[in-house]
Design a protein around this ligand. Sequence first.
Ligand code: NI
Length: 383
Amino acid sequence: MPTPLVDIRHDLHQHPELGYEEHRTSEVVQRELAEAGVAFKSGLAGGTGVLAHVPGGDAPPLALRADMDALPIQEQTGLPYASATEGRMHACGHDGHTTILIGVARELAERSKTGSLPGDVTLIFQPAEEGGAGGKRMVEEGCLDGSVLGPPVTRIFGLHGWPSLPLGTLASRPGPILACADGFEARITGKGGHAAMPHLCVDPVAAAAAVIQSAQHVVSRGVDPVQGGVLSITRIEGGTTHNIIPNSVFLQGTTRFLEEEAGVVLHERFDRVLHEVAAAHGCEASIDWKDGYPVTRNDADAFREWDDAVSARFGRESVQTMAPVMGGEDFSYYGQAIPACFFTIGLLPEGQDFMPSLHHPNFDFNDDAISVGINAFLAVAAP
Ligand code: NI
């Protein structure tokens, strides 16, 4: 008898591993694939990535993807299967995603044996979605182009559990669905000295305040309101005590956008505000941009295929159009390589109007959503 999927999910939840450290998780995936009789290649993307292949008929081959990594959070759920590792937690539900794709592998293997699987299916178990760009490495190592295992795939589908969406409901949209999330670190440098003699100093604290104030106009006056965007300064550090004007002030923040055009405006305008407002106050500024994941963009045809397939399986009333979200996803790298569709599945239990959000220490994936995820993937891969 195969291990019940709920037990696999709880086991993964109890043993969370950070990006590129998913060795135990990867072993569970490989054990389950072997047991289901599914061919796979392990050791990808730094060691923990797994690519599986299920042979089917003549229909164009497609890929399905799950992420396996956890987060550096101390779990507070008090669940019997809560994290057994200090400071590590499956707070984004990737334990659920991995379990869902294991369940899909079992079903597809059965369909393959009976000759009723329409086309080849590639299953991607990737490491390091949370900031490590494991998806990018899986693409670069040839997981989509047939050089690792199975044929080249023509399109890819991925999912994420969604705490604000009712259980049994699915949601997605064509076009941009998740944002590009860049970060920056900046420094404004003046000339420190005695706080009683500001005229002999160049005060970087006053300059930083002016920069932060002016930065509020970058989105509201610079970005097409229909495209939208976010510029948040989230950290400011400078000075040591009450009677010293410091030499410099450190700023950190993030920009988020759904259209590359808005991203260009955000970067250019903030660069200018930083340098020129600082200069107006006699200071110098420097900035270091850290590129985040690209915009996750759903291909129109892949979205329509998903929308038709899940509507047929779950009923039209269970499928919603969602607004774009300003979070980021490394599923975007697959979408840059081939047509892709990313969607969300509801986790909110019936009768509840709230559950802890993703990345919260009280979050837990809803076990009842495992079958929803499996059926959503099967709707496109094995209708
Ligand atoms: Ni996630």
